[in-house]
Write a protein that binds this ligand. Structure first.
Ligand SMILES: [Zn+2]
Length: 54
């Protein structure tokens, strides 16, 4: 089941894949900063969407 993690502020996709990741892991990968809007991700909860393949 694919998982998608967005920055809540700008909607930029931070992770998109079939492997389940913890949001905290993704935040760490980006050094707590959204690569697009520069927002500190630790203060802006990121949105996690798990989507079913149809
Ligand atoms: Zn962002």
């Amino acid at each position: 089941m694919p998982q998608r993690i967005h920055c809540k502020r700008c909607g930029s996709i931070l992770y998109d894949g079939t492997e389940l990741k913890r949001p905290s892991e993704i935040v760490q990968r980006y050094e707590c900063r959204c690569p697009k809007c520069g927002r500190n991700l630790s203060s802006v909860p990121i949105k996690v969407a798990v989507e079913r393949m149809t």
